[in-house]
Design a protein around this ligand. Structure first.
Ligand code: HT7
Ligand code: ZN
Length: 856
């Protein structure tokens, strides 16, 4: 398969200002008639080339006249029609088979519902069309289907007409007044019920809101509806952006390749990001639902009103929209805890990507399959780039920049460069060097060293940066790195140099601080202003000091994490180990009455095994597991009383969902984990009691996770009970599979293999596949079992899944790409599996690209 290059971009030869689509819907065989007006774009002699994939072409017309076969050319990828003149109407009739569509791209069936997924290149699986985001078109859509099976017919915009057809059919016509790229087209037909509400915009327009689900799921839609209304109000308040149609529909489906899709006025969601009630969803689920609902809604401006010129600009809409949903989530509860969550996510998914064979810039230079570029780099690192501009410009000028960007580019397909230029023009800030963040991949490494001269009460901060070599980029230029910095007094524990933004722009830089009457302690990259790996050469005592005194909550959390990581790595490396500084720091945080409970829970949690592995040159999965368990057990035992007290203090409240209550439940879960590690006799009973008597899924799942990791006899009964109780609820059953796939027990690989033969396991459903096989790939100890059977298991599944759903299969592959980071035996076995995948029959572009680059 060949690569598409960013530098090869050229504007479309033909524009399509209007299209009328007519669907005769049937899961077994759907007919799609498309009539479009095409207009020559600038002077050229090129024919009209329409993308199409897996379509059975039945008819072609040009200016109303039916064409013979010889009048057009068709291959696997496109239909070519010669045209003269500056404008024409072109009509095609195709047949598609939604029921057979296991890739879940284009028009497909999910649980009896017909729905579409067109981003990035799915529209070409529905009809012949120039499937690229810079062709903006007005859509008129007529659809007809059996009324009984498909009583609800939805598309973008407004329903302008509907009526009865023949033989029990009915039809509807929808019109969307806003020109849009075809990736935002959507259609849904099904037996759905709506949770309806309204929102009045700040200029007084009423918007009809509806969340469409199966009737039985209606009671689980109120949280998503509230999140939608909150998002609409927030975007008006914070960005001055109002909704622009009279309807906003959301549909939830159970088979979906991603989280959700922002189709104009008809968002389609993976049901896991809509459905929630206390019995079946955790607090984390509730938060994720609000975040994803907000994200998709915010796309109406950052993505739909201003879209991307080409797919290399994907971060233009995704990075900005992730930043916006992060801001929204921070405003709903504790901003510090939200930021810790953002950074945890970045470090778990993006840093490893940036350090591995699949590293790519936020604005990639080439791709074989664009679906492989919906990555943590484009999304989460992309959001960090926007956040850095926010930090450099300040909120006021950033807002001016966003306003200018929307004003300049509304109704067009824009580039990342357009966004940066708007920020620059609105603020007068030179972002020349900053642009490197879009083109250079790899996580910059920053070292910071503070030398204090007591005699002249001054200190010198020496900063240096290196950007590691990444695939295709052996040499790097220094980046512009904004670092919020403060100095704390070593005696007073208070800021002696107030927080300010330091810009690191050279390879090495010195900053002098004067008038320091007490020895200073450096607090740097506060609030994680820059997505860098920071090494500030701090000893355990200094880290312990910062974890108790830093006035920036993120920096405080960070100091604690660093102390924990270093302690675990000391043990893995065979250096003398002292758990006491960690234990003391945890004790202080845990017993600090002034701290927010949710913050305490995050701060005292040990870093994951894979995060520790990511800090090492060669990962030693078993040694990391043992060292982390030893520290956990020691923390559990030494602070047993404190964990019991924290557990008791956060228990006994009836379920409510609000930031204080979720903070208490989070601390309760973490405390239960440590009580389990303490070896206290009562631990199994405590976990079992919580599991059985919980009045909500957060507490029940937390107890199940502790039990699933344990060697206690109560484990089996709990897993059985959970299964029996929730076997008919697919989203909860996913949790059951995942709890076992994430277990750190020795027998996890065997149990995952057995679960893959469980009658409720299905490779066809992406959520189920991810909850077992995807989760297993992220379980460092189990996946990297010395036998290599974990690698074989994953590779088998990638090959099997590839024949069904290439996108989902390709997303399972990254754990195998880490082979350079493991010992020789493991590395060789991982490579052998990648080679076996590459030799697979009829490999998709998706998996080919990921496997070949991973070996590279
Ligand atoms: N913009 C949406 C991306 C998306 C997607 C991409 C590839 C394959 C399937 C997909 N479904 C949705 C989601 C978002 O970022 O909002
Ligand atoms: Zn998005």
């Amino acid at each position: 398969p060949s690569a598409t290059l960013r530098e090869d971009y050229s504007p479309p030869d033909w524009l399509v200002p209007e299209i009328a689509l007519d669907f005769s819907l049937d899961p077994a065989r759907t007919l799609v008639r498309a009539r479009m007006t095409v207009v020559r774009h600038e002077a050229h002699d090129e024919p009209l080339r329409l993308d199409g994939e897996g379509l059975k072409l039945l008819e072609v017309r040009r200016n109303g006249e039916k064409l013979d076969d010889g009048d057009w050319m068709l291959d696997d990828e496109r239909l070519t029609i010669p045209l003269t003149g500056s404008e024409a109407t072109v009509e095609t009739l195709v047949e598609i088979l939604p029921e057979k569509n296991s890739q879940l791209m284009g028009l497909y069936a999910s649980g009896g519902i017909l729905c579409t997924q067109c981003e990035a290149e799915g529209f070409r699986r529905i009809t012949f069309f120039p499937d690229r985001p810079d062709v903006l078109t007005r859509y008129s859509v007529r659809m007809e289907a059996d009324r009984k099976r498909f009583p609800v017919l939805l598309s973008n915009g407004d329903c302008v007409e509907s009526g009865d057809g023949e033989n029990g059919a009915h039809w509807a016509r929808w019109e969307d007044p806003w020109p849009k790229p075809c990736y935002l087209f959507a259609l849904v037909a099904g037996d759905l019920s709506a949770n309806r509400d309204t929102f009045v915009t700040r200029s007084g327009k009423e918007v009809a809101l509806a969340i469409w689900v199966r009737e039985a799921d209606l009671p689980k839609t109120s949280h998503a509806m509230q999140a939608l209304k909150d998002s609409m109000a927030w975007d008006e308040h914070v960005y001055g952006r109002e909704y622009d149609l009279s309807q906003f529909n959301i549909v939830a489906v159970s088979d979906f390749n991603f989280g959700a899709m922002e189709n104009k006025s008809l968002n389609i969601f993976n049901s896991r990001y809509i459905l929630a009630d206390a019995e079946t969803a955790t607090d984390a689920d509730f938060e994720a639902i609000a975040g994803v609902v907000a994200h998709e809604y915010f796309h109406n401006w950052s993505g739909n009103r201003v879209t991307c010129r080409d797919w290399f600009q994907l971060s233009l809409k995704e990075g900005f929209t992730v930043f916006r949903d992060q801001q929204f989530s921070a405003d709903q509860g504790s901003a510090a805890v939200a930021r810790i969550g953002d950074v945890r996510m970045l470090r778990a998914a993006q840093f490893p990507e940036d350090a591995g064979p699949l590293a790519h810039p936020v604005r990639p230079e080439s791709y074989i399959e664009i679906s492989n570029f919906y990555t943590a780099t484009v999304y989460n690192k992309g959001a960090e780039l926007i956040r850095m501009m926010h930090a450099m410009l300040g909120p006021h000028d950033f807002r001016k920049g966003a306003d200018l960007y929307f004003e300049r580019h509304d109704g067009t397909a824009a580039t990342c460069e357009d966004f940066v230029t708007a920020m620059e023009d609105a603020s007068g800030t030179d972002l020349g060097q900053f642009r490197l963040w879009y083109s250079q991949s790899g996580t910059p490494k920053v070292t910071a060293k503070l030398d204090y001269e007591a005699e002249d009460a001054s200190a010198v901060l020496t900063l240096s940066q290196t950007v590691p070599a990444t695939p295709g980029q052996p040499e790097k230029k220094p980046m512009a790195i904004p670092l919020k910095t403060a100095l704390l007094g070593e005696r007073s524990g208070r800021p002696i140099v107030a927080e300010h933004l330091v810009m690191l722009t050279d390879n090495e830089q010195e900053i002098v601080f004067e008038g320091l009457r007490e020895p200073p302690v450096l607090s740097i990259n506060r609030d994680f202003t820059a997505p860098v790996a920071m090494d500030s050469e701090k000893d355990p005592a200094t880290l312990a000091f910062l974890s108790a005194h830093d006035d920036d909550p993120f920096a405080r959390y960070e100091a604690m994490q660093q102390l924990m990581v270093e302690t675990i790595i000391d043990a893995v490396s065979g250096r003398p180990v002292d758990h006491d500084p960690v234990i003391e720091a945890v004790r202080q945080t845990l017993t600090d009455p002034d701290l927010d409970k949710a913050f305490i829970a995050e701060a005292v949690l040990l870093p994951s095994e894979s995060f520790v592995g990511d800090q090492m040159l060669i990962v030693e999965p078993e040694a990391i597991h043992r060292a982390r368990e030893a520290l956990r057990d020691d923390l559990g035992e030494t602070l047993a009383e404190d964990w019991r007290a924290a557990y008791a203090a956060s228990s006994g409240n009836a379920y409510t969902y609000n930031p204080a209550a979720t903070g208490l439940r989070r601390l309760r879960a973490v405390a239960l984990g440590y009580v389990a590690a303490s070896g206290l006799d009562e631990a199994p009973q405590l976990a079992t009691d919580q599991f059985e008597s919980a009045d909500n899924m957060t507490d029940r799942q937390a107890a199940l996770a502790v039990l699933a990791n344990s060697e206690w006899p109560e484990r089996t009964g709990a897993l059985e009970q959970f299964y029996d109780r929730y076997r008919n609820d697919a989203l909860v059953l996913d949790k059951w599979f995942m709890a076992q796939a994430l277990s750190t027990r020795e027998d996890t690989l065997a149990s995952v293999e057995a679960l893959s033969r469980h009658p409720d396991f299905s490779i066809d459903n992406p959520n189920r596949l991810r909850s077992l096989v995807g989760a297993f790939g992220s379980n460092q100890r189990a996946f990297h079992a010395a036998s290599g059977h974990g690698y074989r298991f994953l590779a088998d599944f990638i090959l099997k899944a590839d024949a069904i759903n290439p996108q989902t299969a390709a997303r399972l592959l990254p754990p195998l790409g880490k082979w350079r980071r493991f010992d020789e035996e493991r590395g060789a076995m991982m490579r052998a599996e990648l080679e076996r995948i590459l030799a697979g029959p009829n490999l998709s572009k998706d998996v080919f690209e990921q496997a070949s680059k991973s070996l590279g």
